[in-house]
Write a protein that binds this ligand. Structure first.
Ligand code: NAD
Length: 525
């Protein structure tokens, strides 16, 4: 069995409940040798899995899906205790999303993995038949963050497994128990334990995974770590997908439904305590709606219930740890010093526990403030006015990030016209974040927000290597492009090219006549 017990100690990971500070577990941390050994076990188990019929792989995913559904409340409760988000939110944004991602793999794996005929256009190649095969890489390494500790690694793991890969997952050091829960559910569904192993550890364990013989790495985390991962992977030409940070803009046009847009804004900025890569990090509102929008947000924020998310009445839980709180506090203070108007929150809620920060509304923010440049990753909604659609697009694109964006309008065509001009991996019109819950939709960013895609068919595509297989249907005839060159051959080839591509039909006809002897050359070698 691949489990914690197999991991020799080289340190200890202490995982805590961010709402209370309670220690949940102390786990042995994997050494570089442990990581290497886990990958070798996965490598040994993978060929048999690759040879397993797709329908049997799918059956394993179905059993996993059923178990997860049966145990959804305990999984949501564990996510709440280790990551802080309300258990109800964990059901919606982690468990449900994973159940649906499993369904996507179950429904589409057969079609996706089927050999794909590749018809040839070139007349000279018509005697051949080509097809594309999709083969698993082997062992997929996954390095995951703490903010969606279940759904992010689970979606990637399911895509890797159904396409015939083995997986070695390093969850965040802040949420190892959730990673181990995913492993437990998959093993309980009958998967060979070596095909999906979790290694517990901090950054060095992730770095060791890159140095190990994994065949591809799917990394989700910050831009800073993503760059280090990209550099290390490049040294050994390890293919990587990088799912990195965001600074997503929300644009509220002058024809938007104010009531809906303000409710969307506070959910988009504060769900998971603002610790979502797709959360609203910048909100631009048309000047004609600006003050009423701020007032609507302020009124709604006052109704939000902050506390320990195990209480089902709670909407906003704690932040993950002190370092994250300090980053948020620093950005909020910087904004206030530079003239932002604080309309709600802006302070810690120490009376609730160690990591609570009040949902914060800031108006009149400007592009010079750190809050509008750096990823905040906390419960802050910074709002600024704009005067025209062009200005809104310029502001939205004024960022080194390009993960997602949203446009709020009553006009679908206007929303789609704006979407076409925004530089981001996803643009939603009249919603945000929920794209992550659409199993078919690719997830990934432009610019510094990353490289490659997870989720949906493009996510499956990242888990396979494409192999092109070509069969010659008349193997007894030498090819016209083989040796036996000469002046005549050159003229015949020129005629053939004219026949295919000349602008006038007359030249094409002459070309066809000139090329007629290509097949009957006497000087073939
Ligand atoms: P992080 O970069 O600090 O850590 C991510 C993971 O990388 C952790 O498991 C960590 O242990 C590991 N790690 C650290 N150093 C490493 C190294 N040198 N080599 C290999 N692995 C290493 O990020 P975080 O704080 O856990 O997560 C928050 C960040 O993740 C935010 O920036 C957020 O926007 C981003 N994120 C992006 C997406 C997305 O899909 N684009 C989704 C969720 C989170």
């Amino acid at each position: 069995m691949a489990s914690e017990a197999r991991i020799a100690t080289s340190g200890v990971i202490v995982t805590t409940n961010p709402a209370t500070g309670e220690v949940l577990a102390e786990l042995a941390s994997a050494s570089a040798g442990d990581v290497h050994a886990a990958v070798l076990r996965a490598k040994a188990a993978q060929p048999q899995w690759q040879a397993t019929a797709v329908s049997d792989r799918i059956a394993g995913l179905r059993r996993f899906q059923q178990r997860l559904n049966e145990q959804r409340d305990s999984v949501a409760s564990l996510i709440c205790r280790e990551a802080g988000k309300p258990a109800a939110e964990a059901l919606a944004t982690e468990v449900l999303v994973v159940l649906d991602a499993a369904e996507f793999c179950i429904r589409h794996a057969h079609r996706f993995l089927r050999d794909q005929p590749l018809p040839h256009g070139n007349l000279a190649m018509k005697t051949k038949r080509g097809k594309l095969l999709r083969e698993p890489y082997g062992v997929i390494g996954i390095v995951a963050p703490w903010n969606y500790p279940f759904s992010i690694p689970a979606i990637e793991t399911l895509a890797a497994l159904v396409t015939g890969n083995a997986v070695v997952l390093k969850p965040s050091e802040f949420t190892p128990l959730v990673g181990l829960e995913l492993q437990r559910l998959l093993h309980a569904a009958g998967l060979d334990p070596d095909l999906m192993q979790v290694i517990v550890g901090e950054g060095p364990a992730g770095a060791a995974l890159i140095e190990s013989p994994v065949d591809k790495l799917i990394f989700t985390g910050s831009v800073a770590t993503g760059k280090r991962v990209g550099e290390a992977a490049a040294r050994r030409l390890l293919p990587v997908v990088l799912e990195l940070g965001g600074k997503d803009p929300m644009i509220v046009l002058d024809d938007a439904n104010l009531e809906i847009a303000s409710s969307g804004a506070i959910w988009g900025a504060f769900m998971n305590c603002g610790q979502t890569c797709l959360s609203v990090e910048r909100c631009y509102v048309h000047r004609s709606l600006y003050e009423p929008f701020l007032e609507a947000c302020r009124t709604k924020i006052a109704k939000l219930r902050v506390g320990n998310g195990i209480d089902s009445e709670v909407e906003i839980g704690p932040m993950i740890h002190e370092r994250q709180l300090q980053m948020v506090e620093g950005q909020v203070q910087d904004a206030i010093v530079h003239g932002a108007r604080l309309l709600a929150g802006g302070k810690r809620l120490n009376e609730l526990g160690p990591n609570f920060f009040a949902p914060t509304l800031l108006a009149d923010v400007t592009t010079q403030m750190r809050l509008m440049k750096e990823e905040t990753f906390g419960p802050v909604l910074p709002v600024a006015p704009f005067d025209s659609d062009e200005e809104a697009i310029r502001l939205a694109n004024d960022s080194e990030f390009g993960l997602a964006a949203s446009v709020w309008t009553r006009s679908r065509s206007r929303g789609e016209a704006m979407a076409a001009k925004i530089k981001a991996g996803t643009v939603m019109i009249n919603d945000m974040i929920s794209c992550f819950g659409i199993a078919e939709a690719p997830h990934g960013g432009f610019k510094q927000s990353g490289i490659g895609r997870t989720h949906g068919e493009l996510g499956l595509q990242e888990m396979v290597q494409v192999k092109y297989v070509d069969v010659d249907l008349i193997p007894g005839i030498p090819k016209v492009w083989w040796f036996g060159y000469g002046k005549q051959y050159q003229q015949q080839m020129g005629g053939f090219i004219d026949f295919l591509f000349a602008a006038s039909w007359g030249t094409r006809l002459k070309g066809a006549l000139r090329s007629a002897g290509l097949l009957r050359r006497s000087n073939r070698v």
